[in-house]
Design a binder for this molecule. Sequence first.
Ligand SMILES: NC(=O)c1ccc[n+]([C@@H]2O[C@H](COP(=O)([O-])OP(=O)(O)OC[C@H]3O[C@@H](n4cnc5c(N)ncnc54)[C@H](OP(=O)(O)O)[C@@H]3O)[C@@H](O)[C@H]2O)c1
Length: 229
Amino acid sequence: MPSTPDQLPKQVAVLGAGGRVGRAVTAALLAGEHHVTAVVRDPGRYDPPPHPRLRVVRGDARQPAPLAPVLRTTEALVLAVTPFTAPPPSFDGFDPDYYAAIVAGLADAWDHPHRRLVAVGLTATLRLDSGGAVMDDPDLFPPALTPYAEAHARQLPALSATTLDWAILAPPGGFGTDPDPRRPYRLLREPLSRTQVMAALSHGTYAGAVVAEVERPTVRRERVAVVPG
Ligand SMILES: NC(=O)c1ccc[n+]([C@@H]2O[C@H](COP(=O)([O-])OP(=O)(O)OC[C@H]3O[C@@H](n4cnc5c(N)ncnc54)[C@H](OP(=O)(O)O)[C@@H]3O)[C@@H](O)[C@H]2O)c1
């Protein structure tokens, strides 16, 4: 019997569960009593502390069809993948529709009455109150990384073209630099000030925002920033 949207705990899958953000989100979901499916490309390289509500599944976000059986029991999906753990020397051959293709593929493969997708966003895509986006300001974002920011930006129209219940939560520029893993936070709609977009935020605090948006969505079919506050 399918659960209702308000029912907790939830069955949540995390794509990119082995990454910096994915690990923090997975831990926060488990602490919140949810059942978590960690989807990773190589389970042999993923060594989370064993947990009775955590299962690990091999899967690739870019090949969603084989994930259909997992998605059939998934009420909420957290998308935390990146092809670049560090800035690449070049973007030659990089697909600007990397994220757009992933979300379109997931929407096609995912058959469940409640399909909540929370995507980890990128500071560079956020619009500034001074005009333009962070990625347009060379003082805030290295122009050499623009192809990656563009790929993140294309995720929004791609999600809008689906019938998913989605939210993009964009972290601020100081993501991962705040040592406090549990600070109060705010969700801000664009445009934002330069101070707001460049704030420091821990992965733990950010993960708390993701879990809250999985449990009781307040952001529906739009992008917001997560900032300390
Ligand atoms: N300030 C900001 O806006 C900011 C800062 C940092 C990160 N972010 C965003 O946060 C997200 C996560 O970044 P992160 O720092 O956690 O990166 P990370 O530590 O490099 O982790 C990324 C994870 O994605 C996995 N992955 C890559 N491609 C995949 C695929 N096709 N299918 C399944 N898993 C795949 C990788 O697994 P493998 O081990 O298999 O490669 C890795 O575990 C990204 O969207 C990134 O842009 C934003």
